[in-house]
Each structure stands twice: as C-alpha cells, then as structure tokens.
Design a binder for this molecule. Structure first.
Ligand SMILES: [Zn+2]
Length: 431
C-alpha cells in the first residue's frame, strides 16, 4: 500500500477516541429541527480547534449549516461529504402529541462500543465520521487536486409549512443542502453520509405532503341530528374516520402497484396519515365543523405525481364524503446516472475492500432505497450523488438500535480513502 494511504489510515485509527468524543459531543448538543444553529456551531468550533477553516451559513437566527473546505489545486474533481444536523422536532407539542421521550433530550451514549440515541444514528455519528476523515486528510498534508468539502446541513428531515406553522422554521427535506448548493458549494460529486449498511444508494424516493380536509356542522350534543347517511353526518370527525380508512387502503394499494427493483435495491413507496386535527379537546360538546389529516406519500423518481394525487382524490370520492385534498409540499425523488458516479463507486469499493476485507454490498435495505435523502437534491441539480455509511439497525428497532463504533470507524476510514482516491488521485491497487 502506498505511503500516503498507510499514513491516512493510521491517522484515522489514531483518532478512534476522538471519533467517540465527537459523536457524543454532537449527539448531546440540543439542536432540534428548526434549531440547528447550536449543533452547527459545535461543528464549526471543532474544525476551529483543529485549525481547519470552516464557515457557518445561517438561514435564520436559529438555523445554520456549517461547511469546511480542504482546497485542491483545481486539477482534479471536487467531492462533498454531506451529513444532516436535524433529527426530530422538540418542544411542548412534541412532548404532548408524540408521547415518547424527546430524542433531542435523550441525546447519545456509548455502551460496550455501541452508540445509542436517535440523534447519533440520524445523523450525527456519520457526521462525526466524515469530520474525522477530513481531519486525517488535512493532518496528512497530502496535496489535493480537487476540493474535499465537508458539510453539516440543516433541514434534511421532513417538514413543510402548513396551517399556522409558517415560514422558514418549518422547511425541511433538503432545504439546507439546496441552500448551500445554490450559494456556491457545487461539487463534482457528493456522498451523503448516512447509514446504509455500507451499500451505495443513488436512488431515493421523493415525497408529497397532502392535507385532506372534511367539513361538517357545529351541533350541540343534545341537539345532534345525525342524518340518514354518512355524507349527511354533521360531524367532520366521524366522516374523517371513514376517509382515513380510504386513505389507508389507497396507500396499501399504490404501494403494491409501484414497488419495483432498482439498481440499489427494492423501492417500496409507502404512504401514511401522520397527523390529525379537529374539534376542541376541552369542549367536546360540539360536533366538529372541520377535521383534517396530513398525509406523507412517498413518490417514485419520474412518476406522474399529479396522477398519483388524483388517484388519492378518487379513492376518497368513492366514500361519498366530500373532502379537499391540498398538496402542501412536493419534493421529487431522483436516480443518479450510475455511469457518472463510476469514479466514486470504484473508490468506495476499493476502500471497502481495504478496510473491511471484502467488496462492498451491492444493494441497500428496502427502507433505505424507499426514503428521502439529500442525495435527491444533488441529483436534481445535476451533481452525481449517492448515500453511503455504516449500519444502524433495521426499521424494527428504529430509534432504539445501536451503531457499532467499530463500524463507524470503518466508515471514517472508507470516507478518508475515498477522499484520497477521488480528490488526490491516490490508487489503492496494490493495497
Ligand atoms: Zn437521515
């Protein structure tokens, strides 16, 4: 193995304790969705402590991303590593309505070499890994041909302004990444640092958020007249119950119809009702004149999403209940041109062979292929991008699974060797 490769691997290995410390530092910074500035500041400070130039890029007073750049001499391709700062919302509404311990307050902990905590798994552990990789490259003093850019971005997780939740505090699903690309950080390639069980994934679903509203009449309980049929019922909540059933059945049907194989694994585009509103909880003596549900619909790259929403309208119309279906967010899914990604795929595979002693897996878990990742933003904007990272447990242990620190260290090594190959022209052939 050539000298620079050995040196960089040794440097990542020597940062093993720092990887744990940084994962805990980022994981235990209180920085919920909409308030990413605190964690962005921690990322910025860490780079500053290591004398690596980094820049905070605010979106609002509470929201910021952070970008660190290791400059190349301009003779080779540039490569971005992109991890997200936000994980979950916080606050009294979260505490009351989600009824689980706030992951932002739970933070991260390491036990027996495994890091626990939803904020670490999504996505601050991978963020720490890409930062450690960049530090090893920086400290090695290797001459870079293309820039290595490491981004910690706000607003990757799903959110969209609706009802009284207005403005930039509620924009998500690629907002921070899009903001950075549009403000100067446009690379030749991008790797989204998120968990994939070491499989590269360059196909992701998009998503539509739709609000479905049902109307009724305000009737005092003793004077309630139910009417002869459900469509005549004065209570929007009662009618909405039937509409929810229809949405659920529709979601199951269109999921089955649109499930298909991709180059990166099975795409199974799901949909679910994620929120409901109607009536006054402390005054249930009135039928609700208004009730609404909020639906998350995953979309297939390139599909006719207007027709998809129309099919939802049709499924609801079959109940005979009048409802408005209003789209309040649409972000498209994308598939990268695998040919354009070849240099990155070859580099990742070579690095995986060196670090983990075998070729990298060729397909990712179905849920990984069937979700949003910021890969979509780059691919939409013409920057070939894929997601790559360690494992964090499957959907059955969502939020409770653990990420082995040994795997995270492997990911940091693979990230570093990929930076070396793509941006410094290093070869691992004789590795
Ligand atoms: Zn994520």
């Amino acid at each position: 193995m050539n000298e620079v490769v050995t040196d960089v691997l040794r440097r990542v290995e020597s940062l093993r304790e720092e990887l744990s410390a940084l994962t805990l530092r980022l994981g235990n910074t209180f920085g919920p969705f909409g308030y990413e500035a605190a964690t962005a500041q921690q990322v910025h400070d860490w780079f500053a402590e290591r004398r690596m130039p980094a820049r905070l890029v605010p979106l609002t007073e509470d929201r910021a991303s952070c970008v660190a750049r290791l400059p190349g001499d301009g003779t080779g391709p540039s490569l971005v590593f992109n991890a997200h700062l936000d994980t979950e919302a916080s606050g009294p509404e979260y505490d009351r309505l989600m009824a689980i311990p706030d992951p932002n307050k739970v933070g991260a902990r390491i036990e027996d070499g495994v890091v626990y905590g939803h904020v670490a798994q999504n996505d601050r552990a991978c963020m720490a890994a890409q930062m450690i990789a960049a530090a090893a490259i920086h400290d090695s003093g290797v001459t870079l041909r293309g820039d290595v850019v490491v981004k910690a971005v706000l607003g990757e997780t799903g959110a969209a302004p609706v009802d009284e939740y207005e403005g930039l505090s509620y924009v998500g699903k690629g907002t921070g990444t899009e903001h950075l690309i549009q403000h100067g950080y446009r690379p030749d390639y991008a790797i989204i640092s998120e968990t994939t069980d070491f499989a590269p994934c360059w196909v992701q679903t998009g998503a539509i958020y739709a609000k479905v509203t049902v109307r009724g009449r305000n009737m005092y309980t003793p004077r309630l007249v139910r009417g002869d049929s459900l469509p005549e019922h004065p209570n929007a909540i009662v009618k909405l119950a039937v509409v929810i059933d229809a949405i659920e059945e529709w979601g199951i049907r269109v999921q089955k119809e649109r499930t298909h194989e991709t180059a990166c694994g099975t795409m199974e585009p799901k949909a679910q009702v994620g929120a409901v509103r109607g009536g006054l909880p402390w005054r249930p003596n009135r039928s609700a004149p208004y009730a609404a549900v909020y639906v998350d619909i995953r979309t297939v790259p390139g599909e006719d999403t207007e027709a998809l929403v129309d099919s939802l309208r049709g499924a609801i119309a079959e109940t005979g209940i009048a409802a408005d279906v209003e789209v309040f967010m649409e972000k498209s899914g994308h598939t990268a041109d695998a040919g354009a990604l070849t240099p990155v795929l070859d580099a990742l595979d070579a690095a995986h062979r060196v670090v983990r002693g075998e070729p990298m897996p060729t397909t990712a878990e179905t849920a990984v292929v069937s979700m949003w990742r910021d890969t979509n933003v780059y691919n939409r904007m013409g920057v070939p991008a894929l997601t790559f990272g360690p494992g964090r447990g499957k959907a059955s242990v969502q939020g409770t699974g653990g990420l082995a620190m040994s795997e995270l260290l492997d990911a940091a090594k693979i990230y570093a060797l990929t930076m070396l190959q793509v941006c410094a022209g290093a070869a691992l052939d004789d590795a």
